[in-house]
Design a protein around this ligand. Sequence first.
Ligand code: NAD
Length: 367
Amino acid sequence: MGDWNRRTVLTGIGAGLASATVPAMAGAGAPKRKLGYAVVGLGSYATRQIMPQFKNCEHSRLVALVSGTPEKLERYGAEYGIPKTHRYSYADYDTIRNNPDIDVVYVVLPNSMHAEYSIRASQAGKHVMCEKPMATTAAEAEAMIAAARKANRKLMIGYRCHFEQHNLRAVELVKSGFVGRPTLITAEHGFYAPAGIWRLDKAMSGGGSLMDIGIYSLNAARYLAGEEPVELVATEWTDKSDPRFKNTEDRIDFQLKFPSGLIANCVSSYSSGHNAFRVTGTKGWVGMEPATSYEGHQMWTRADGKTEQVKLPAPRKNQFAAQLDHLPESVLTGIPLRASGEEGLRDMRLIEAIYRSARERRAVSLV
Ligand code: NAD
């Protein structure tokens, strides 16, 4: 336990983790009121994962849509009962300031548009939920934080795993000393990125696999470690003859060194499927695969020479609904945000350091 006392106190996932029942307790104390969300960008994630979840929320409701495609506004407007007065094009986006039903703007656009649309939402006096990666550069992320602060509004990043019960349990197990002193984290994330998607265009994505999927390895390594890295080293492997990779990376692996001596070895790939992590310590390990998926998480632990699968009961709220409700809960009760803009900025700074390390072929000190 002594090691834990020396660890950095987190403001993120670790701080919200009083018990494994976090998703259930998250709404405790919040008045029974629902804040209104406007969803900006009606693409795959918004329409398939996010919008269907409002029905599972206690403090959030979908009240407005923003899209450049009139057919999408018509189709999803009809499906979710959003009146024409609450359907916006990008051209009239700023007029959301005149709509008191909109409390929160959820930015689910390609990465290069996150900063602009988040800042304009803050300037319109709205709270902001922005998808990961927070932005394409740390400078953009800083500007987003400044805009929210100036408007006296909240800014949260869509780190849904901070609200997923297996991830929360893994953090809790590590924190409780179950694995002993953690010595090694492995975190692997990747998928085969098909040609032609905006994720492979640096102008839209800000980078390759690291920006999109490797960020899960990075963020998980940090919340599992419960401390911030002091040094990192990264290596990139990109087959430049592969027409998919004109200006973004395929594989970029990185190693994070933490103050306690803990090492995290992380994989980020656009050419192979990975979704796993494991924290190994002096007494055992806790591992998950899939670890950060939308559903179907599987978890194992090993201690005293015995490997066991951990089965958790279905949570009262899944990760999407818990994430959506967290920002209103923070607005309504004043509880600190678990996935704040500052948390997103930490990842953006590390992402820049990872790219620098790979480019310059050297370790980068973070202190
Ligand atoms: P998508 O391509 O399916 O959707 C993007 C939307 O933005 C589309 O509706 C598109 O029409 C719109 N758009 C507006 N202007 C555009 C432009 N100039 N170029 C291209 N599209 C434009 O992408 P997605 O998978 O829904 O991802 C959107 C965001 O959500 C990304 O930042 C991504 O990282 C994030 N995301 C997060 C998760 C998660 O689990 N948290 C999962 C998927 C995506």
